[in-house]
Design a protein. Structure first.
Lengths: 287, 894
C-alpha cells in the first residue's frame, strides 16, 4: 500500500522533475519585491537558491534549502533517534503548526519552483499558513531580445536582454560562461544563466550573490516541498490563495485553523506581534 | 553497432540540414544549421548555440533539438558560432561566409567553470523547524513569568484554567528540567516561575516518558519541558502580586522558587477576594508521572443545600469569595537517579452565593410552583498530600504513588421556600487514601510486560440539618419540627490490578491484559426529626444499611492499526462480574454473575488529504454503584427525596457516531457534518411524585428506552473580498425519554436546534474585532396517557459576544468585551443582560514591575437570570452578581 502510494507520488512529481538530474551548481540570489505599493521603502526581501541540474532546476528560499540540506537531514535524523526519552531531551523536532512566520514587510511564504526546460514544464509548491499546495503548468516561453550591452557581475561577463513575463518588462543580465538557459524565479531561456534581472518599474529585482559547485553526485534536483500531504491544485487557485494570504496572513490562517489560536513569529523582530497588512497589493505577475 | 547507427544518423541529419539550409537559400532568409554532438558523435540535446558578433556578444541563440540539430537565422554581423552545454567544454567556431552548416563536437569537462566558489555545505541550523523555543527569543521586556512567554510562542495556547495546548492539542504534562515536579498540576508552575530561570521551552512530540518503552511503544502525546538556565545554582527567587480594588478588593500572592538539577521546589501562598478561583492552581491538568489513570470511578450520594446549578457566566461576576491557598511541591533526585517527590496543597475559602428560583412543575391536572430564595455561605477546606517514588531506568521502571486528601466543608443557608423561612446547615467530611504501584521490567525480546496495582479507600460523612419553620411534607409525620436531620456515611474501597503484555510493531500494535477489579461500597443513612430536644427517627423507609460489591476478573485485547488511509483502534474487553447488594433493612440480599462484553471501535478513513470519514461505535454495559443501589429514602435537600427499588440496576447503551469532514483549503473553505445515535436501555425508571413542597423520586422496575439522535455540521469560509472569516455551526437534536410522573407514564420528546455564527475581522494594525452569536431553540412535547393536558413549551435564547482589542501605545494595551444575552420562554417574560468589561495593561513601569487595571461588569448588572427546561419542569433562576469591580494590580518579580 505504502509503496504504491510512493510510486504514485513519484509519478506525479516525475512530470516536472527529471529523474536523477544531479545538481551541478547552487546559485544564490537576493530577491527584492515591492509587494505593497504604499510601503515601497520596505520591500519584501529574501535570499533564494537556484539549484541547477543539466536540464531542470529548483528555486527556493535559502531557509528551505538549508533545512533540507543533506547534512542537516542526517544530523536531524540522528538527533531524533537520540531524543526519544525525556531525560536527555533538549531539542525535538515538531512538524508544522499554526505558526505564522512574518518579516518586517509582512507574510513570508515558503515557495519552491521546479523547472523542466526539456519538457517545458513548471511546478510550483507553496506553503500558505498550515497547508502546502502543488500546482503544475506549462513553462511559458519568454521572447527575449538580446542587446549589445555588457557588464561584469562577479567574475562573469554578462550581456543584457529584455523580455516580457507576466505583464512586466524585465531587463536581464546573463552570462554565456555558465551554459544554463535558466534563471531565478520563472525567468529562463537565455543562452546562459541569468545572474541579474529586474522589471523596468524597479519593483522586482534578482541580484546575484554567490555560486557554488556541488560535488556530491547523490544530490539531485528534487522537490523539497511536494509530498503526499501536498494538496494538488490549479495554478489560478494557488495564485488567488497566495494573494489573499499575502494581503491578510492572519485572516487566512485563522480560517484554515478555525479552532486554534495562531501565534506570530517575526524573524526580523521577535518581540513584534502585530502582522503588517498589505494596503496596495502589487502582484508579481500582473496578468 | 549502436555507435555506427548514431554515426549514420548524424550523417543523414547533416545532409538533411544541408539540403534544408540550401533550400532556404532560394528564399529571402538564410539560416545557419548544424548539429552538436559529443566526441563519440552522440547528439547533445539541449545544448546552447549562439551567434556572436565580433565583440563576442550574443546576437542570436537557440537550443539543440532532440536529434542535436539546430537552426539559426543568418546574420551579416555573426562572427562566431558558439556551442556550450553543461558538463562540456564550450566550443567557438569562426563563421565562414559560404558555409551555412556546422557540426560541432563538444569535449566533456568535469570542472568547467573557472573561479567557481566551492563552498562547504551550510552548517546545520536546527532552529529552523525544531521547536525548542529559546526564552530570550520570544520574551519581551514586559514578560515576567513563563506563562507570559508561552502566550507569545507560535502554536502554543494557554486556556483559562491554565492547561497548555500545542497546535490545538492538549499537552500530556509539563516537566521542569525533565521532572514532573508538580505531579500534573502544572497550572501554578507556569504562572510563578520567572522567565529568567528558564533557558528554553522544548515541545516534545511523540513523548514517551518511560525509558523501558523507549523506541518500542509509539505515542501521539506531546509534552513540554522547561530547560533550566543554570541547573547547578541553588538560588531562591520569587514572584509576587499585589492588587487593590473597589469595593474593598484584595489580591495578594507570593511564590518562592528553588530550581536545580538535584532539588526542585515550587511554592505558593496567596489570598484574594476578587473572584479568582484558586482551585485552578491545584487542578490536575496532566497525568501524574504521565501514567494512565486506572482508578475505578464510583459515586456516592451527595446532600445539598440547594437545587440550582451555577450560572453560565464567568465565575468572577458572582463568586463572592475570601480564598487562601498554600502549596508546596518538592522533588529530590539521588545520584543513582531515583526520585522522591512530595506535593502538598491546602485550600481554604469562605464564599457567599445568593439566588432566587422559581420552578414550575407541570402535572397531569395541576401546576405546582416551588419558590426558593436563599443566601448560602460556604467554607470549604481541602488538604491534599502525595508522596512519590520513581526509578525510570533503561532496564526497569518502578513507580509508587501514595496519596492522601482530607476535606471538610461547612455550609449554612437562610432560605425562604414557599413562604416558609428557615435556616439550614450542611457539613461534609471526606477523606481519601490511595496507592498506585507500577513495575515494568525490560525484557530481551520485543514485548513489554507490566504489573500494576491500584487501591484506594475513601470515607464520606454528611449531615444536613434543616431548622425551625421548615414544613416536613412526608406522611405520616408531616408537620413542623425544631430540626430535621439527614445523615449519611458512605465508605468506598476499590482495587484494580493487572498484568499486561504489549507487542509493539509498525504494522499492528497489540496489547493483552488480565486483571481483577473490585469495588466495595457501604451506605448508612438515617433521617431524624427533633422536637423539644427529643429526637425520633422517621418511621417509614428512611434508613439505609446497604452494601454493594462489584468484583471480577477481566481480559482485554487491544489492537491498533495505522495505515496510509485507514486508522483503526479496536478494544475488546470481556469481564466476568459478580455483583452483590445487601440491604438487610429491606430484606434484599441479591447476587448476580454476568459476563459483560463492552467493545469499542474507532475507525478513520481518509480519501485524500482533505476528505476524511470517521466512525465510532461503543457498547457499554453496567451495573452502577451504591448511588443507584439504596432502597431507603434519602432527603437530598429540603425539597427532594430519592430512593431505588431493591433490585440490580442495569443499563446497556449503544453509541454510534459517523462524521465526514471536507476541506477545500485552497479556497479556505472547511466543512464537517455528522450524525450520532445514542440508545440507552435501563431496567428501572424514575417515578416522580409531587406534593406541594416536595419531589419524591423513586426508581421502580420498568424497562425503558431513551433515544437521542443528533445531526450536526459546521462551515467556515474566509471571504477574500471582505478579508474576514465567517463561521457557522449547526446542531439539531431529538431526544425521546420516558418517566413516570405521579404514576402516569409520560413520554418526553425534546427537540432542540442550536446555531452559531461567528465573524472575525482585523480592522487595521491596532484594532481586532471578534463577534460571536448563538441561537438556541428548544421545544418539548409530552405525550402519554394523561400527557395531553401538559403544555407544549418553547424556550429561546440569543447570545452575542463582541471582543475588541486595541494597542494604544507601545506599552499600553486595551481590551474591551461586551456580552449580551436574551432568554425567552413561552411561559416567562423575556429578559436581557449586558455585561461589559475593560482592562488596560501598562507594562514595564520600571524594572520587574507591571501595572494592570481591570474593570469588570462596568454597567453594574446586579442580578442575572436564566430560564431552563427539563422534563416536566420549567425554571427560572436569578443570581446576585458582584456588580461593578475595579482592581489595580502591581506585579513584581525578584
Amino acid at each position: 500500500m505504502k509503496r504504491q502510494i510512493a510510486i504514485f507520488g513519484f509519478m506525479i512529481i516525475a512530470n516536472v522533475v527529471i529523474a536523477q538530474d544531479v545538481v551541478k551548481y547552487n546559485v544564490i540570489y537576493t530577491f527584492k519585491y515591492v509587494r505593497d505599493l504604499e510601503n515601497k521603502d520596505v520591500p519584501y526581501s529574501s535570499t533564494m537558491v537556484l539549484s541547477l541540474g543539466k536540464s531542470s532546476s529548483r528555486y527556493c528560499t535559502e531557509k528551505l534549502f538549508k533545512r533540507n540540506d543533506k547534512k542537516t537531514l542526517e544530523a536531524r535524523k540522528k538527533q531524533q533517534e537520540n531524543l526519544q526519552a525525556l531525560p536527555s531531551a533538549s531539542m525535538i523536532t515538531v512538524a508544522g503548526g499554526p505558526m505564522l512566520t512574518v518579516g518586517k514587510s509582512g507574510a513570508i511564504i515558503d515557495e519552491e519552483i521546479l523547472k523542466n526546460l526539456q519538457d517545458k514544464k513548471i511546478a510550483i509548491d507553496a506553503r500558505l499558513g498550515i497547508k502546502s499546495y502543488h500546482a503544475e503548468t506549462e513553462l511559458k516561453e519568454i521572447n527575449w531580445v538580446v542587446l549589445p550591452e555588457e557588464k561584469k557581475i562577479g567574475d562573469y561577463a554578462c550581456q543584457k536582454a529584455t523580455g516580457s513575463y507576466g505583464g512586466r518588462k524585465y531587463e536581464a543580465w546573463f552570462t554565456k560562461d555558465i551554459p544554463f538557459q535558466d534563471g531565478p524565479w520563472k525567468l529562463h531561456g537565455l543562452p546562459g544563466l541569468i545572474l541579474e534581472a529586474n522589471d523596468v518599474a524597479n519593483e522586482i529585482s534578482f541580484s546575484f550573490k554567490e555560486i557554488s559547485q556541488n560535488d556530491d553526485s547523490e544530490i539531485i534536483v528534487q522537490s523539497f516541498m511536494n509530498s503526499q500531504f501536498s494538496i494538488a491544485t490549479k495554478i489560478e487557485d494557488l495564485n488567488k490563495a497566495k494573494k489573499a494570504f499575502e494581503i491578510d496572513p492572519e485572516g487566512v490562517m485563522g480560517a484554515q485553523a478555525p479552532n486554534a489560536k495562531l501565534s506570530v513569529r517575526n524573524i526580523d523582530n521577535p518581540t513584534e506581534k502585530t502582522v503588517l497588512k498589505i494596503k496596495a497589493y502589487n502582484p508579481m505577475e500582473l496578468k | 553497432m549502436n555507435k555506427l547507427l548514431k554515426l549514420v544518423l548524424v550523417f543523414f541529419a547533416s545532409v538533411f540540414s544541408y539540403l534544408f539550409g540550401s533550400l532556404e537559400l532560394h528564399g529571402q532568409q538564410k539560416y545557419i544549421t548544424g548539429i552538436i554532438s559529443d566526441t563519440s558523435n552522440q547528439p547533445l540535446i539541449g545544448a546552447t548555440i549562439s551567434l556572436l558578433n565580433s565583440e563576442s556578444l550574443v546576437i542570436a541563440y537557440t537550443s539543440g533539438n532532440k536529434d542535436g540539430s539546430f537552426k539559426l537565422p543568418y546574420s551579416e554581423n555573426a562572427f562566431w558560432i558558439k556551442a556550450s552545454f553543461v558538463g562540456y567544454k564550450s566550443e567557438q567556431v569562426k563563421i565562414e561566409k559560404s558555409k551555412l552548416v556546422y557540426t560541432i563536437r563538444l569535449v566533456p569537462e568535469a570542472k568547467m567553470l573557472k573561479d567557481v566558489l566551492v563552498r562547504n555545505s551550510p552548517v546545520a541550523n536546527l532552529n529552523g523547524d525544531t521547536i525548542s523555543y529559546l526564552i530570550r527569543n520570544f520574551s519581551t521586556k514586559e514578560d515576567r513569568t513563563i506563562a507570559d512567554v508561552i502566550r507569545r510562542m507560535p502554536g502554543m495556547e494557554v486556556s483559562e484554567d491554565g492547561a497548555i495546548y500545542f497546535n490545538g492539542k492538549k499537552i500530556e504534562n509539563l516537566y521542569i528540567d525533565g521532572d514532573d515536579v508538580m505531579d500534573g498540576r502544572y497550572g501554578m508552575a507556569t504562572k510563578v516561575i520567572k522567565k529568567e530561570l528558564i533557558k528554553s521551552l522544548d515541545v516534545i512530540n511523540h513523548h514517551q516518558p518511560i525509558n523501558v518503552l523507549k523506541n518500542k511503544v509509539f505515542t501521539d502525546k506531546i509534552a513540554v519541558n522547561l530547560v533550566l538556565q543554570n541547573e547547578k545554582s541553588l538560588k531562591l527567587s520569587a514572584t509576587s502580586r499585589l492588587g487593590i480594588g473597589q469595593p474593598s478588593q484584595l489580591d495578594i500572592s507570593i511564590a518562592p522558587i528553588l530550581l536545580s538539577k538535584k532539588l526542585k521546589m515550587v511554592g505558593l501562598a496567596a489570598f484574594n477576594n476578587a473572584g479568582i478561583d484558586f482551585k485552578n492552581e491545584i487542578k490536575q491538568l496532566g497525568a501524574s508521572n504521565s501514567l494512565e489513570d486506572i482508578s475505578i470511578q464510583s459515586k456516592t450520594v451527595e446532600l445539598s443545600l440547594n437545587s440550582v446549578s451555577p450560572p453560565d457566566i464567568p465565575l468572577n461576576y458572582y463568586y463572592l469569595n475570601r480564598s487562601a491557598i498554600f502549596s508546596i511541591n518538592t522533588l529530590y533526585k539521588t545520584k543513582s537517579d531515583i526520585q522522591f517527590k512530595w506535593n502538598s496543597n491546602l485550600f481554604y475559602d469562605r464564599s457567599q452565593f445568593y439566588y432566587q428560583a422559581k420552578t414550575i412543575n407541570y402535572l397531569e391536572n395541576d401546576t405546582l410552583v416551588f419558590e426558593d430564595k436563599q443566601k448560602i455561605r460556604s467554607s470549604p477546606f481541602l488538604f491534599s498530600t502525595g508522596l512519590n517514588l520513581m526509578a525510570n531506568k533503561t532496564h526497569y521502571f518502578l513507580n509508587n504513588a501514595l496519596k492522601l486528601s482530607i476535606g471538610k466543608d461547612a455550609n449554612t443557608g437562610q432560605i425562604i421556600f414557599n413562604q416558609n423561612q428557615f435556616g439550614q446547615n450542611l457539613n461534609r467530611y471526606y477523606n481519601q487514601f490511595s496507592n498506585d504501584f507500577n513495575w515494568m521490567p525490560a525484557i530481551k525480546n520485543k514485548g513489554i510486560f507490566e504489573l500494576r496495582w491500584y487501591s484506594s479507600y475513601g470515607a464520606n460523612r454528611q449531615q444536613l440539618e434543616i431548622c425551625k419553620n421548615y414544613y416536613f411534607d412526608i406522611s405520616p409525620q408531616n408537620g413542623y419540627y425544631d430540626t430535621v436531620v439527614q445523615r449519611i456515611q458512605s465508605p468506598t474501597w476499590s482495587h484494580n490490578a493487572y498484568l499486561s503484555y504489549k507487542i509493539p510493531s509498525s504494522k499492528i500494535f497489540q496489547e493483552y491484559k488480565v486483571g481483577y477489579k473490585k469495588l466495595e461500597q457501604v451506605l448508612n443513612s438515617s433521617l431524624y426529626l427533633i422536637s423539644n430536644a427529643v429526637s425520633f427517627p422517621f418511621v417509614n423507609d428512611a434508613r439505609n444499611n446497604a452494601k454493594f460489591t462489584n468484583e471480577g476478573a477481566y481480559i482485554l485485547a487491544h489492537y491498533q492499526i495505522k495505515r496510509q488511509k485507514i486508522n483503526a483502534d479496536l478494544q475488546l474487553p470481556i469481564s466476568s462480574q459478580q455483583i452483590k447488594s445487601k440491604q438487610p433493612l429491606y430484606f434484599f440480599d441479591g447476587k448476580k454473575s454476568n459476563y459483560l462484553f463492552s467493545p469499542n471501535l474507532n475507525l478513520t478513513y481518509s480519501f485524500d488529504n482533505e476528505k476524511f470519514l470517521q466512525s465510532t461505535y461503543q457498547l457499554q454495559n453496567g451495573f452502577g454503584d451504591i448511588s443507584t443501589a439504596y432502597n431507603g429514602t434519602i432527603l437530598l435537600n429540603y425539597r427532594s427525596l430519592q430512593a431505588f427499588a431493591p433490585l440490580f440496576q442495569q443499563h446497556i447503551s449503544h453509541k454510534a457516531n459517523i462524521s465526514y469532514s471536507h476541506q477545500k483549503s485552497i479556497k479556505l473553505f472547511f466543512s464537517n457534518a455528522g450524525l450520532s445515535f445514542n440508545y440507552l436501555k435501563a431496567n428501572t425508571i424514575a417515578s416522580d411524585s409531587f406534593s406541594n413542597n416536595l419531589t419524591r423520586t423513586f426508581y421502580i422496575p420498568f424497562f425503558n428506552v431513551q433515544k437521542i439522535v443528533s445531526a450536526y455540521g459546521g462551515l467556515s469560509q474566509y471571504l477574500f473580498g471582505l478579508k474576514a472569516k465567517i463561521g457557522l455551526k449547526f446542531q439539531a437534536q431529538k431526544a425521546i425519554r420516558e418517566q413516570l410522573v405521579n404514576n402516569n407514564l409520560l413520554q418526553f420528546q425534546i427537540d432542540n436546534i442550536y446555531t452559531n455564527v461567528s465573524v472575525d475581522k482585523t480592522i487595521n494594525k491596532v484594532v481586532n474585532v471578534n463577534y460571536n452569536a448563538g441561537f438556541f431553540w428548544l421545544t418539548m412535547g409530552i405525550s402519554g396517557k394523561a400527557g395531553s393536558t401538559l403544555p407544549k413549551s418553547n424556550t429561546f435564547s440569543i447570545d452575542q459576544k463582541i471582543v475588541a482589542s486595541y494597542k494604544l501605545f507601545n506599552n499600553i494595551y486595551l481590551e474591551t468585551s461586551g456580552t449580551h444575552r436574551i432568554n425567552k420562554s413561552s411561559l416567562f417574560s423575556p429578559n436581557g443582560f449586558l455585561f461589559f468589561d475593560a482592562n488596560i495593561k501598562r507594562t514595564a513601569l520600571m524594572k520587574g514591575l507591571d501595572l494592570v487595571f481591570n474593570s469588570y461588569n462596568i454597567l453594574n448588572v446586579k442580578d442575572y437570570r436564566i430560564i431552563q427546561q427539563t422534563k416536566n419542569q420549567l425554571y427560572t433562576n436569578s443570581f446576585q452578581t458582584r456588580g461593578i469591580m475595579f482592581v489595580l494590580q502591581l506585579n513584581y518579580t525578584f
